[in-house]
Write a protein that binds this ligand. Sequence first.
Ligand SMILES: NC(=O)c1ccc[n+]([C@@H]2O[C@H](COP(=O)([O-])OP(=O)(O)OC[C@H]3O[C@@H](n4cnc5c(N)ncnc54)[C@H](O)[C@@H]3O)[C@@H](O)[C@H]2O)c1
Length: 391
Amino acid sequence: MEGFDLIQIEKMENNSKLPRQEIPPGCKIQNSKLDQLGEALRSDPKSWLVTGNAGFIGSNLTEFLLKHNQKVVGVDNFSTGYRHNIEDVLAQVGDEGAKNFTFIEGDIADFETCEKACEGVDIVLHQAALGSVPRSIADPITSNRSNVTGFLNMLTAAKEAGVKRFVYASSSSVYGDSKELPKVEERTGNLLSPYAAMKMTNELYGGVFKRTYDMETIGLRYFNVFGRRQDPNGAYAAVIPKWVGSLLSDEAVYINGDGETSRDFTYIDNVIQMNILSGLTDNPEAFGEAFNVAVGGRNTLNELYALIKDQLNKQFKIAPSENTPGVQNSPIRITKEPIYRDFRPGDIRHSNADISKAQRIVGYAPTHDIYQGMEEAIGWYVKNISDAADN
Ligand SMILES: NC(=O)c1ccc[n+]([C@@H]2O[C@H](COP(=O)([O-])OP(=O)(O)OC[C@H]3O[C@@H](n4cnc5c(N)ncnc54)[C@H](O)[C@@H]3O)[C@@H](O)[C@H]2O)c1
């Protein structure tokens, strides 16, 4: 593949031969769900603080809120996030949206930064953290500084500023070695990494701040999120952008273990939806609680690999170029097989969420399964991985 530019084929046919997950009952695909929430936001504008908004999830939340006429304060120290994500958000939301945005460059491990960020805010969506299980195993102290000290600083600063609603990112890693499937919020296992211990600590503090200070904390246990602005670079890049990058540059693709490890891959639009629902809910049953944020499906790494190849082959052809006259405009055909290597320490074997608690308490209804999410996301991955390679 090396040396070819790709262009996206405009009309996509839905001819996937891959097995599709059954969408659980009550989890109807309804593309208008985010639109409805957007309308609700517009009718009652508020001030939101999104921490980690130069990162993947935080930038998507910031964009959605600004597009729907909300005021947004962002805070980020660019440890794993990028200025270009913020620039892209501002370009997407136009002048009207951009004038509602204030950005504070700073570290949440510094309490004064957190105090400043919470001024005049109605709702906090706390996303800033150092992600990645392997990163936390390699250097737990650095991860703890952002993920525990920074978390407690944010929670305390919000309390002192009189902000009641504090929605925060937890993680499916808190299920540890529990073998139970699907994962139900009440039952977790022995934790398998420092990262999981940090996210569990966040949940403990979330519960304590509800009971002690009557704060409306809501923890969101994200299950393998993917989509636009997910970082394709670096040693701790997530599996989907890492594999797309390797396939496009004809490098070896590694699968840790036998490929039968499974995950509930969750498209970013579902995560945006759950954050907005959590920010707006007036159901007291939600406060002090943690919720699974997923689709309720489960795909193995082998299935994921097949899906990525399928989408690349279906959606892209080789761009016209003087250097490659014979092959231009031909569909690409990726047939490469992955290389299997050892299991990665700290990884959970299977992960599949029961999402009924989120459905029941805040009205969560995921709009995209992994297939619909990948159809939307693959173009972004190809463009951004190619752009990064060109620079
Ligand atoms: N992406 C996933 O699949 C996933 C799964 C489970 C949980 N999470 C959690 O969701 C949240 C967002 O994850 P993401 O995938 O967008 O990661 P990301 O790395 O893209 O974004 C995190 C952002 O937080 C910022 N940040 C980190 N430490 C900071 C600090 N001390 N002060 C200020 N800013 C800081 C980073 O610079 C980055 O912009 C994190 O809390 C993560 O642990 C993500």
